[in-house]
Design a binder for this molecule. Structure first.
Ligand code: G1P
Ligand code: ZN
Length: 542
């Protein structure tokens, strides 16, 4: 039976430029006529056509996930895509999608997610394209997609009923095979290959307690299957485990603000030994020990220092990489272990080449992203399992491990201050004016600190030679402090100014905001954040 295909006349829609991680907009913007369809057709154009290809499809289950997946399937069928491997009920965590693309040798994949941004009719939605290596499309691809959005005049879509995505197995939409798979199985198999599950099972059987907060987002089913199912943690160890379209009204971002109930429990008298959380699409992680919060930068450094505890990394790491604003705690470990350490712009897509080329095994960002060469995305549950594996092997508490780490490497006190929903013109002016002064600043003082270096970070990819400019303003001070300012590329309202603060020290028992007071003052002196944003204090401090 031939399928009817409609060619729909359309015109370019403004604002379809992919940001740090795909295209993110308010859900109602994505639901407006032609918006999603225009972007999907632009993806097909941007990747040189989709006919004959195999694609992976899934999302984090947020509001509009199910409807959007059906649109993608009908447009894929119209385009002549050979096969779409889709998670049951159109669900896949971002790392699980990356794994499926790699394992099934797909040509790419579409992930429906706005990550940690709130969901629901008034929340955010997003679409991300990943390439055949399983990673986010590099800038060369996203800019071709964007160019296509600006000239588009028509999209093609099949006329068909919704495909039943609740049933595992193969069906067809016209000629195209729709292969519905369990979202968890392949991912769980991969984790079992990487980690010493026996040691972790024994630790848990011996009374080690844990709490994983899935924040009503995608990792619930994954964490239930692995932590409670395979590793034997008692039922109830995974909380908020049922994914909901609006994440239960919450903000699925695993940090001390949005995962406060978990952090409070971990600081309380009856705290479990280990606490963790993940975000909307399962690629971020937060690690908390009994009585101690682990910053993502410290988590990355501690994982690097102890990675050989896990079988997959027992032979040692090839190299490590961090995004520029991430603290340099990782660099200290790399130096001691004699490993190459790369500094990349913000966004996971910049790690892809280093991982593909075998230059780095472990990568991380200060924004709660950690991962390795097992997939090409950051991976929340992977980081949790890595920590559990390390603790099981070293037979040590999170707190003792961290203190031991600081005692041997020193501590990089670190914090990020976010000013959200700032007037875009004011935020741009703040950054532009500061950028214009960069050349004159070295040797001068800011609130008593002497500026040693000041630049606008640019990255030359050592693998493909591409150059990415304008990636954030960096200031180094003579006392070992560092300050970075940049504007977010994932927000959907106004501008978000991120101020990253770091101070190296040999002690490790001060409150980070106190330890960073001088560099916080220097940031204000350099950028006049209060008067320019009209804010007395950051909206979010992590
Ligand atoms: C933020 C984080 C960045 C991360 C991205 C996607 O981007 O800062 O590290 O890769 O989300 O999760 P930003 O909003 O700062 O552009
Ligand atoms: Zn995410």
């Amino acid at each position: 039976m031939t399928m009817q295909i409609n060619s729909v006349q359309t015109q370019p829609i403004d604002g379809q430029k992919p940001g740090t991680s795909g295209l993110r907009k308010k859900t109602h913007v994505f639901q407006a006529p032609h918006f999603l369809e225009n972007f999907i057709q632009s993806i097909w154009l941007g990747i040189g056509g989709a006919a004959g290809k195999t694609l992976v499809l899934g999302g984090d289950g947020r509001h509009f996930n199910a409807e959007a997946a059906q649109v993608v399937l009908r447009m894929a069928a119209a385009e002549g895509v050979a096969r779409v491997i889709v998670g049951q009920n159109a669900l896949l965590s971002t790392p699980a999608a990356s794994n499926l693309i790699r394992k099934r040798k797909a040509d790419g994949g579409i992930i429906l997610s706005a990550s940690h941004n709130p969901g629901g009719p008034d929340g955010d939605f997003g679409v991300k394209y990943n390439t055949a290596n399983g990673g986010p499309a590099p800038e060369s691809v996203t800019s071709t997609i964007y160019d296509a959005t600006r000239t588009l005049s028509e999209y093609r879509i099949a006329v068909a009923q919704d495909v039943d995505l609740s049933v595992i197995g193969e069906t067809r939409l016209g000629e195209m095979v729709v292969d519905v798979v369990d979202p968890v199985t392949d991912y769980a198999e991969l984790m079992a290959e990487l980690f010493d599950f026996d040691a972790m099972r024994a630790m848990i059987a011996g009374g080690f307690t844990l709490r994983f907060d899935a924040m009503h987002a995608i990792t619930g089913p994954y964490a239930k299957a692995i932590l409670e199912g395979t590793l034997g943690a008692p039922e109830g160890s995974v909380i908020n485990a049922v994914p909901l379209p609006d994440f239960g009204g919450g903000h699925p971002d695993p940090n001390p603000i949005w995962a406060k109930p978990l952090v409070d429990e971990m600081m309380g008298p009856d705290a479990p030994d280990f606490g963790a959380a993940s975000d909307g699409d399962g690629d971020r992680n937060m690690i908390v020990g009994r009585g101690i919060y682990v910053t993502p930068s410290d988590s990355l450094a501690a994982i690097a220092a102890n990675a050989t505890c896990a079988p997959a990394y027992a032979g040692g790491l090839k190299g490590v990489a961090r995004s520029m604003p991430t603290s340099r705690a990782l660099d200290r470990v790399a130096e001691k272990l004699g490993l190459p350490c790369y500094e990349t712009p913000t966004g996971w897509k910049f790690f892809g080449n280093l991982l593909d080329d075998g230059r780095a095994t472990l990568c991380g960002e200060e924004s709660a992203g950690t991962g390795s060469d097992h997939v090409r995305e950051k991976d929340g549950l992977w980081a949790v399992l890595m920590w559990l594996n390390i603790l099981a092997k070293r037979q040590i508490s999170v707190k003792a491990l961290l203190e031991d780490h600081w005692a041997s490497y020193g501590r990089n006190y670190y914090s990020r201050h976010d000013y959200e929903g700032v007037d875009a013109a004011a935020a741009n002016a703040l950054v532009d004016d500061l950028r214009a002064q960069l050349g004159d600043l070295p040797g001068t003082q800011a609130a008593g600190l002497t500026i040693e270096s000041a630049d606008d970070f640019a990255y030359d990819d050592p693998v493909d030679g591409s150059r990415s400019e304008g990636q954030g303003l960096r200031f180094g001070f003579t006392n070992g402090a560092r300050l970075v300012l940049r504007l977010s590329g994932t927000g959907t309202e106004g501008a978000t100014l991120r101020v990253y603060l770091e101070q190296l020290a040999e002690d490790y028992d001060r409150d980070p905001q106190e330890a960073l007071a001088d560099v916080i003052a220097a940031a204000e002196a350099l950028a006049q954040i209060k008067s320019r944003t009209g804010r007395d204090a950051p909206d979010v401090i992590t």
